[in-house]
Design a protein around this ligand. Structure first.
Ligand code: NAP
Ligand code: HSE
Length: 431
């Protein structure tokens, strides 16, 4: 009988434990589907004494990476440690030794994907990263394989479960940002450093991965404009609801004549837009291809078993490719294309500012918008402030970001304006 294929697991945290559970509990059917027996031979962790949520033979645990990298019998390495280093060096070393690699590490793939993909191809091994974007949603394989006959024009999605969970709780229950974040962490959704989620860095990494694959170009994190949700307040959420919108952290990539645009930011989207009803830890990704039209992928974007499901699928792919001798089946033909600076992006805007409540104030603000070619679609002024500044909210028509910045610079110099509290882009409707 053929000996089981040996797998080495790097990390036994949220996702590592989920993968371990899936591979144990569904072992029989996974072996049948993979066409081979397999076993997790070694697991790299930091702390051997830490209680684990899964039953495990302690002899499998190690704190030495050499036990995995230098074991010639381990032919598949599953990296679920997170962070850029040492994860990147371990993946590199595994590929150089001719081992297949499965990872859910978007930071590593976004930063070094092009190099790692080339290395895997040159070594005739697989590098799979389905779990790196959208948790349990199959999105990498559909873009890379199922949509290969399309020219993909646009991707727009909610790709961070933590921030979607926080925004949903703030919107539906008006709970404070910090409480919602604590709950997302307790549920295992957040990154080890949750700033990556909150500040939009995690979603930007995922957009790098999706846009690079979709447009077949090596987009870098430096080319993606990103903002997080740390500036979104309950007040903005209330105004959004009042105006018929929902605030979501969106990752957007579009093909443009001669290039592309790629950005991540909190966004007002109309309540009737399908992304507006994607709540909690759920993610959704819209893809528009020239042949297929619009597609939407939806599912749990984080968590142990959903992400474990994506990682398990990659493992089965590797095992089957190994059987069939068909690694690197799908060619990656990456050609660099320019990514436009955010100043060139055209979109609509929600602006919330505080100004004195007296005659002529609105005229001054409107003149500042008008001077830069910004046209106002709607406006709300709430309550009489007596001596206090009052909030004024504007929704604009579509303008270039540089026009918006110039008009806000003018407005901030007006003596009647106390502050510009929020600037949030608006998507999903034609102006
Ligand atoms: P986690 O809970 O923090 O687990 C990390 C694991 O890696 C722990 O078992 C830790 O060991 C081990 N580890 C970390 N650094 C190590 C080092 N230098 N040497 C040895 N072991 C080390 O992380 P996670 O949430 O499972 O995330 C893992 C990866 O999946 C990340 O790339 C993340 O972005 C990605 N991901 C996560 C989710 C999610 O829902 N959490 C979803 C999709 C993708 P100890 O246990 O001994 O500390
Ligand atoms: N921290 C990430 C999120 C995990 O919340 O989406 C899934 O990639």
């Amino acid at each position: 009988m053929e000996r089981p294929v040996k797998l080495g697991l790097l990390g036994l945290g949220t996702v590592g434990s989920g993968v371990y559970r899936i591979l144990q509990e569904n072992h029989e059917i996974i072996c049948k589907r993979a066409g081979t027996e397999f076993e997790i031979a070694k697991i790299l962790v930091r702390d051997l004494q830490k209680p684990r949520g899964v039953e495990i033979d302690p002899r499998k645990l190690t704190t030495s990476i050499a036990d995995i990298l230098e074991d010639p019998e381990i032919s598949v390495v599953i990296e679920l440690m997170g962070g850029l280093e040492p994860a990147y060096q371990y993946i590199l070393a595994a590929l150089e030794r001719g081992k297949h690699v499965v990872t859910a590490n978007k930071a590593v793939i976004a930063a070094h994907g092009a190099r790692l993909i080339r290395l895997a191809a040159s070594k005739g091994v697989d590098l799979c990263y389905e779990g790196s974007v959208g948790g349990g949603i199959p999105i990498i394989k559909p873009i890379r394989e199922s949509l290969v006959g399309n020219r993909i024009e646009e991707i727009m999605g909610i790709v961070n479960g933590t921030t979607n969970y926080i925004l949903t709780r703030m919107t539906q229950e008006k709970i404070a940002f910090s409480d919602a974040l604590k709950q997302a962490q307790a549920l295992g959704y957040a990154e080890a450093d949750p700033a990556a989620d909150i500040e939009g860095y995690d979603a930007a990494n995922k957009l790098v991965i999706l846009a690079s694959l979709a447009f077949q170009t090596p987009i870098s994190l430096q080319q993606v404009y990103y903002e997080g949700i740390d500036q979104v307040t309950l007040e903005d959420i209330s105004f959004a609801q009042h105006l018929g919108y929902t605030i979501k952290l969106l990752a957007i990539a579009k093909r443009k004549p001669g290039g592309a645009e790629a950005r991540v930011h909190p966004t007002f989207i109309p309540n009737e837009h399908p992304l507006a009803s994607v709540n909690g830890v759920f993610n959704a990704v819209f893809v528009r291809g020239d042949a297929v039209g619009e597609l939407m992928f939806y599912g749990r974007g984080a968590g142990d078993l959903p992400t474990g499901s994506a990682v398990a699928a990659d493992i089965v792919d590797v095992l089957r490719n190994r059987l069939c001798g068909s690694h690197h089946r799908v060619e990656t033909l990456w050609q660099p294309i320019p990514v436009e600076p955010v100043e060139n992006v055209r979109t609509r805007y929600y602006i919330r500012l505080h100004a004195e409540d007296k005659p002529g104030v609105l005229a001054q603000i409107a003149a500042s918008f008008g001077a830069e070619g910004v046209s106002i679609e709607s406006m709300i002024q709430q309550g009489r402030g007596q001596d206090q500044p009052v909030p004024i909210v504007f929704i604009t028509h579509e303008v270039e970001e540089r026009q918006m910045r110039a008009s806000l610079a003018r407005i901030s110099t007006l003596a009647v304006v106390k502050d510009i509290a929020s600037v949030i882009r608006v998507e999903g409707v034609m102006s």
